[in-house]
Design a protein around this ligand. Structure first.
Ligand code: CA
Length: 233
């Protein structure tokens, strides 16, 4: 397997060194950028597999870097935020980031995110060009053409909104989708009461989808942020 190349965008030298040391020790290639302008230049010239992007950069806000990259590329972007406020992460995710890490994070956490994103990347590349009409993930199967979903051989009896929600999550396996993103896709709007409705529909969907709704295997909750469908082996 080819080594993945990671673009590390971080102005803080100790954090950057920690990241690059971890990457080197685990068979990843990397390039670095110390500010937003350099990050965009490196993203264009090196076309990395994954971008690890600090949101607090000396020249521009990391979210601006995401917006720029998203004008031409879907390369996975994992944001690193020193700020614990959810609003920064949410803004980054709404602008096209795939995942996030909150400082301080451990080498294990970093590696786990990279593995998850690497798997997502492999699926994206395998599906590129192919218009898959059947989605499978663990025991879950969605037949988009027929408009039905199954767990094993058993058909799930979903309401139209539950089905729409399941399809939406399945189309971005491994990616955190924010409440705003989901409610806009499902209802075309994003009011506070839509987020409350979303919670209700997610709860009823999980009852049908998950073997143990209290410890969900397929759909993970990110409190205050959104939801993510996990890849199930
Ligand atoms: Ca910083």
């Amino acid at each position: 397997m080819n080594k993945l190349q990671i673009l590390v965008v971080e102005d803080d030298a100790p954090v950057r060194n920690l990241i690059t040391t971890t990457l080197k020790a685990h068979d990843y290639k990397h390039i670095i950028a110390e500010n937003g302008e350099e990050a965009i230049r490196q993203a264009v010239t090196c076309n990395p597999d994954i971008v690890l992007l600090d949101l607090g950069l000396p020249d521009v806000d990391g979210v601006e870097v995401i917006k720029k990259i998203r004008t031409w590329s879907n390369m996975p972007i994992i944001v690193i935020s020193a700020r614990s406020e959810d609003s920064d992460k949410i803004e980054a995710l709404d602008n096209g980031a795939d995942d996030y890490l909150t400082k301080p994070f451990s080498a294990e956490e970093l590696l786990a995110r990279l593995r998850a994103t690497g798997r997502r990347l492999a699926i994206m590349q395998a599906n590129a060009g192919a218009n898959e009409s059947v989605f499978t993930n663990g025991k879950l199967k969605i037949d988009y053409a027929a408009g039905c979903a199954f767990i094993g051989d058993e058909e799930l009896h979903l309401t139209p909104i539950e089905y729409k929600l399941l399809c939406l999550m399945s189309q971005s396996v491994g990616k955190v989708l924010t409440h705003t993103f989901i409610t806009q896709k499902i209802w075309g709007s994003s009011w506070d009461n839509d987020v409350a409705s979303l919670r209700v529909f997610m709860a009823t969907l999980r009852k049908k989808l998950e073997a143990a709704p209290d410890s969900p295997q397929y759909i993970q909750t990110h409190i205050g942020v959104g939801y993510r469908m996990m890849r199930v082996e």
